[in-house]
Design a protein around this ligand. Structure first.
Ligand code: SAH
Ligand code: AVI
Length: 320
């Protein structure tokens, strides 16, 4: 437990160091949300998914339960490849549908959160002893790290609206990578959080118990552990607001007072009073915006399902 609080003894990952140096030097300081997800960050995200205010997870679960048995039977899915799988809690609905159809052969959960991923894989191997589980550690903004051989047809799934955490050009690059890996008969299943009443969206990122605030601050703990930085997480305020022009939530950590932080290998980073570090964007979509992303990546919308309140949608993409 104390390990998390102390600086890592081994050398910092040079790629991470370079990325963080660049992000902290920008006029609007900004880091990738992938840095939320160490063990604690992944657990905090799981807690968020159970919050009353956080409607996406339960809405997506309802859509999966209603649709997957039929869809999977129609597609004959033999492999499920999941981007940003996390705990794979909702993925079980797809895996159960594959078992129900008698076609379950391989599950490839992909994630950056290595320890959490191996725990997920270990649990799934026990739950689905006749299916192969091949976890892949990868930063999906860079690569997919797929197994050499996969039974087809495969379903590539990207659930939870994690696509919204990527700026559109990066989202298109990611979707293009998926499209490039797809063989005839393969499909892409994506969950997207829809544009709606702003108060409803903002409440989902400003929960009353402050779990999202702790999740946000966890990025500073990751920087302390991974890079030996000396951020004081308690000295930063959580801020999440909807930016209506780009249709996205922005999460920031705001320094209410001037402060200086040392990041070994980077130097002293100063924050002015009121200055923020942007830690996440979460883009909200409609059918048109998804169609645009898909088109740019060589995909087309084959099917679309949303809940009666139009909170969330599941989209099936096919090669265009
Ligand atoms: N799919 C799950 C988890 C969503 S949380 C759900 O729908 O509930 C986002 C997940 O994506 C986390 O597990 C996180 O570790 C992973 N993730 C975030 N950025 C990533 C990246 N760049 N590459 C790979 N995984 C990433
Ligand atoms: C993982 N991702 C889709 C979540 C989201 O809603 O953008 C992460 C999150 N950030 C704050 N709460 C949840």
């Amino acid at each position: 437990m104390t390990r998390r609080l102390l600086a890592r003894e081994s050398v910092a990952d040079p790629r991470m160091l370079a990325e963080v140096a660049q992000g902290l030097a920008a006029p609007q300081k900004e880091l990738s949300p992938k840095y939320f997800y160490d063990q604690r960050g992944s657990e905090l995200f799981e807690e968020i998914t159970r919050l009353e205010e956080y409607y996406p997870t339960r809405t997506e679960r309802g859509l999966l339960e209603a649709w997957m048995p039929l869809l999977i039977r129609r597609l004959g899915t033999r492999s499920l490849v999941e981007l940003g799988a996390g705990s794979a809690e909702k993925s079980r609905i797809i895996l159960d549908a594959m078992h129900g159809a008698g076609t379950a052969e391989l599950y490839v959960p992909i994630d950056v959160s290595a320890t959490f991923l191996s725990q997920t894989a270990a649990r799934l191997r026990v739950e689905y002893p006749r299916m192969q589980v091949e976890p892949a550690i990868a930063d999906i903004s860079e690569e997919l790290n797929l197994p050499r051989r996969m039974p087809h047809p495969a379903l590539y799934a990207f659930l939870g609206s994690t696509i919204g955490n990527f700026y559109p050009p990066a989202a298109i690059r990611l979707l293009s990578r998926v499209r490039g890996a797809m063989e005839p008969g393969d499909r892409f299943l994506m969950g997207v959080d829809l544009r709606k009443d702003v108060a409803r969206i903002e409440a989902a990122y400003n929960d009353a118990r402050g779990v999202t605030a702790e999740f946000n601050r966890n990025m500073l703990r990751v920087l302390n552990y991974e890079l030996g930085a000396d951020f004081n997480p308690a000295a930063f305020d959580h801020l999440a607001f909807y930016e209506p022009v780009a249709h996205r939530i922005e999460m920031h950590l705001v320094s209410p007072r001037p402060q200086m932080v040392t990041v070994p290998g980077i130097g002293v980073v100063s924050f002015n009073a009121g200055e923020s570090l942007r830690t996440e964007i979460s883009c909200k979509h409609d059918r048109e915006s998804v169609a645009q992303l898909f088109e740019a990546a060589g995909l087309e919308i084959e099917a679309w399902r949303s809940d009666p309140d139009s909170l969330f949608a599941l989209v099936v993409g096919a090669p265009a």
